[in-house]
Design a protein around this ligand. Structure first.
Ligand SMILES: NC(=O)C1=CN([C@@H]2O[C@H](COP(=O)(O)OP(=O)(O)OC[C@H]3O[C@@H](n4cnc5c(N)ncnc54)[C@H](OP(=O)(O)O)[C@@H]3O)[C@@H](O)[C@H]2O)C=CC1
Ligand SMILES: Cc1cn([C@H]2C[C@H](O)[C@@H](COP(=O)(O)OP(=O)(O)O[C@H]3O[C@@H](C)C(=O)[C@@H](O)[C@H]3O)O2)c(=O)[nH]c1=O
Length: 256
């Protein structure tokens, strides 16, 4: 039986892991939300790691508000970089393997092909910069880890593009969506299953993965697909107004 700690358990990915946890009889999960375990508080981490001898930590805790991160980058860095560093220290000290989630937004999007794990990151917004710093801390401090970069996560849980579009569709017949970015929307449940398979395989060794659903589209096309899937009658039109958004986003978010 492997003991698995999940941080940020009330977020989108954390809830997906909770939803499927019953299917994994050989994994004993401890789910901690941000109130139970704040990764920016060393004491909070210490208490949790002293409680149980975990084999794995799946870090779903993150600051994911891309727009707000431009206004208050210090908070994004506090969680996505310093918080991750705290967690990496604790995992190292307690010999816990860390599975950490990172993002397509660590790339600048200027490449014409999908990004591979050999490509050099160059984030263009504060969220991406803070996530890249988190990756670097783990790589510097740890040996037993996996960093999984993913993109455009969606699910029934929390705030994501899918749920945002459904909310907007309730109040506006016409949705105005940009088509200047291309990426691979990824069902967070698929990522949760992939993570659990890695835990079952139990073969971590400083690895960096890209995990996505590999179907290419723009946000506009994704919005059209959501409206169609939900049998809604809303109209989706292309609208590229960069002035609406603070954070620059990479044009190409495809991860291979
Ligand atoms: N969403 C996406 O499209 C993508 C996400 N990712 C990455 O995947 C991972 C999971 O993302 P997702 O589930 O969508 O994100 P969510 O924002 O849904 O969940 C993040 C969770 O982290 C918690 N959290 C925030 N600060 C802290 C803290 N200091 N200590 C402990 N917990 C904290 C939040 O709690 P609270 O709400 O209480 O603040 C929230 O429950 C993240 O690392 C993210 O960067 C990568 C690519 C795409
Ligand atoms: C809601 C909305 C968004 N958009 C645009 C803005 C932006 O360019 C794009 C996506 O908008 P969002 O703000 O929902 O997505 P954004 O926060 O940029 O999504 C990112 O989240 C972080 C956490 C990640 O790691 C990324 O992989 C990615 O999923 O769609 C519209 O054009 N119209 C709209 O009505």
């Amino acid at each position: 039986m492997k003991k698995v700690l999940v941080t940020g358990a009330n977020g989108q990915l954390g809830q997906c892991l909770q939803k499927i946890s019953q299917l994994y009889k050989n994994l004993e999960f401890t789910f901690k939300n941000s109130n139970d375990l704040d990764i920016t508080e060393a004491l909070s981490i210490k208490k949790t790691f002293n409680l149980v001898d975990f084999d794995y930590c799946i870090n779903c805790a993150a600051y994911t508000d891309v727009e707000q991160a431009e206004k208050t980058p210090d908070i994004a860095f506090m969680v996505n970089a310093e918080g991750v560093k705290n967690l990496a220290f604790a995992c190292k000290k307690h010999k816990v393997s860390l599975i950490h989630i990172s993002t397509d937004y660590i790339f600048d999007g200027e490449k014409n092909e999908p990004y591979t794990t050999d490509d050099i990151p160059n984030p263009i917004n504060e969220y991406g910069k803070s996530k890249l710093m988190g990756e670097k801390y783990i790589q510097k401090l740890m040996v037993d880890y996996i960093i999984i970069r993913t993109s455009w996560l969606y699910s029934e849980f929390g705030k994501n593009f899918y749920t945002t579009i459904l909310n907007i569709a309730k109040v506006n017949h016409t949705l105005k969506i940009s088509n200047t970015q291309v990426g691979y929307p990824t069902n967070a449940l698929n990522l949760a299953k992939f993570i659990n398979q890695l835990v079952i395989l139990d073969d971590l060794d400083s690895n960096l993965y890209h995990f996505t659903d590999q179907v290419e589209m723009t946000w506009f096309e994704f919005a059209e697909k959501i409206i169609k899937t939900e049998n809604l009658s809303n109209k989706v039109i292309i609208h590229n107004d960069k002035s609406t958004y603070l954070a620059p986003r990479p044009k190409n978010s495809r991860l291979d």
